[in-house]
Write a protein that binds this ligand. Structure first.
Ligand SMILES: [Zn+2]
Length: 170
């Protein structure tokens, strides 16, 4: 807010008002007219400053609102991520698993790391996928239903065993 400009404008108005009073007392039409024109211009300056100030305040309130929303988003993301821990399901393949002490009534599950980084909880599903090496053969993978991410399951892991113990089978 241009406080210094407001102060200067109000000071100029005071000076002009004093000149106007002198002009009126002296019944000097030229001085009255000149002071009136100056006063009108100075009042227009103050009005402009007030409008600019309102506009700046509006912009600041808008930025504050955006910042508060961003903070809420980040807090929600942090609360979500805190519930999970990174696990290596096969060599070099990482996903997030619900922490035992955070899962409550939820079953043990794994979520997509890509989606979790975007504050989205996408539970990975076991699905059969064709292997690229041999036509007609399939293997089970953990698949994200929200993005293209797929993760190899350990060769020996059966889905029921995989989820039953709460620990990743290596
Ligand atoms: Zn995903």
């Amino acid at each position: 807010m241009p406080v210094a400009e407001f102060t200067a404008a109000l000071s100029a108005i005071k000076t002009t008002t004093d000149l106007l009073k002198l002009g009126i007392e002296a019944r000097d039409d030229a001085k009255i007219k000149s002071a009136s024109i100056d006063l009108t211009n100075q009042l227009l300056d103050v009005q402009r400053l007030a409008l600019e100030s309102n506009s700046q305040q509006f912009d600041l309130e808008k930025k504050l609102h955006v910042s508060q929303e961003r903070i809420h988003e980040l807090e929600a993301k942090e609360r979500l991520i805190e519930k999970y821990e990174m696990v290596e399901i096969t060599s070099g393949s990482f996903v997030y698993r619900i922490k035992e002490d955070k899962r409550g009534d939820e079953p043990i599950h794994h979520v997509c790391p890509n989606c979790l980084n975007d504050a989205k909880k996408t539970i990975l599903q076991i699905q059969r996928r064709p292997t690229s090496a041999t036509i007609g053969r399939e293997k089970q993978k953990l698949v994200c239903t929200n993005c293209p991410a797929e993760f190899d399951l350990p060769q020996t892991a059966q889905p029921s065993a995989y989820y039953s113990g709460g620990r990743v089978i290596r």
